[in-house]
Design a protein around this ligand. Structure first.
Ligand SMILES: C[S@@+](CC[C@H](N)C(=O)[O-])C[C@H]1O[C@@H](n2cnc3c(N)ncnc32)[C@H](O)[C@@H]1O
Length: 257
């Protein structure tokens, strides 16, 4: 399949162009998420900090971010741990920015899930922040991820239900959980739905407070999109949790040996 035919390809090119230029968006991200990672949605600083304990701090670690966008999450992890950072994304604009921002001990590639390949047993940590949904074949992609991990490696998937993926009953019934179970891959799961609901409300408040700045920049349409993404903030947590959920899946390869 051609890049341009992939789900949301053009939208992400536009998004990462806006993220590069817009001061309002950077300030919005800081206010909503505690740090500007050019988030397309859902991961705030407290979620990202949950990655750090899994990254060896000896300066020898290699971490891969699947669908890394403009690399800002990886840049943060590198600053905190000294790791060599690897990322890929199908957005050429995102990868261009990542290469400009993070030059040392880094490898950023434009590539598609299911097509890109890395050496076996290369990574200490592989992260996927809201990107597993886009794998054309999640089962095959999980096989690839497990192959890319060192025998002591850890895979972390930050995974939302209720938008790209349908809401299922619980953390054991998601598409990803079922794939892992079918393969006898054990995992821990942290349910972060409640904190994601609180984040959604913060995100709504932050977006509203930057309305004028977005409009002055000619980015009114992005403002509208950010507000639309926070529709659920008007519901109670009980109603939200009937339709949405957010989990962190943690897979330690060593337990599967
Ligand atoms: C929901 S965003 C998450 C971005 C970033 N990880 C974050 O948490 O803000 C999905 C990301 O996956 C990328 N993406 C979507 N489909 C892809 C595919 N088939 N192959 C590679 N990257 C893809 C998009 O460009 C985008 O950066």
């Amino acid at each position: 399949m051609e890049l341009k035919e992939l789900l949301f390809y053009e939208e992400y090119e536009q998004f990462y162009m806006m993220a590069k230029e817009s001061v309002a968006f950077r300030e919005f991200c800081r206010k909503a998420f505690g740090e500007d990672f050019s988030q397309d949605g859902f991961s705030d600083i407290s979620q990202i900090d949950r990655i750090l304990p899994y990254v060896p701090k000896d300066g020898q670690a290699h971490i891969l971010d699947i669908g890394c966008g403009n690399g800002k999450v990886l840049g943060y992890v590198q600053k905190k741990t000294g790791a060599f950072i690897h990322g890929f994304d199908y957005s050429g604009k995102a990868i261009e920015t990542a290469r400009e921002l993070f030059i040392d001990n880094s490898d950023f590639r434009q590539g598609m899930m299911g097509k890109i390949e890395y050496q076996s047993e290369m990574f200490d940590v592989i992260i996927s922040l809201d990107t597993m949904y886009f794998a054309p074949d999640m089962s095959k992609f999980v096989d690839q991820i497990m192959r890319w991990l060192k025998s002591t490696g850890v895979f972390m998937a930050f995974y939302q239900e209720g938008d790209v993926m349908p809401k299922t009953e619980n953390e054991r019934t998601s598409v990803l959980a079922k794939v892992l179970t079918e393969k006898n891959i054990s995992y821990e799961c942290i349910d972060i739905s409640r904190e994601s609901y609180d984040l959604l409300r913060r995100k709504r408040e932050a977006a509203l407070s930057f309305k004028e700045e977005f409009e002055k920049e000619g980015n009114g349409e992005w403002y509208d999109m950010l507000v639309a993404q926070t529709d659920y903030a008007d519901k109670s947590f009980e109603d939200y949790s009937k339709e949405m959920a957010r989990y962190i899946y943690i897979v330690k390869k060593a337990t599967d040996l």
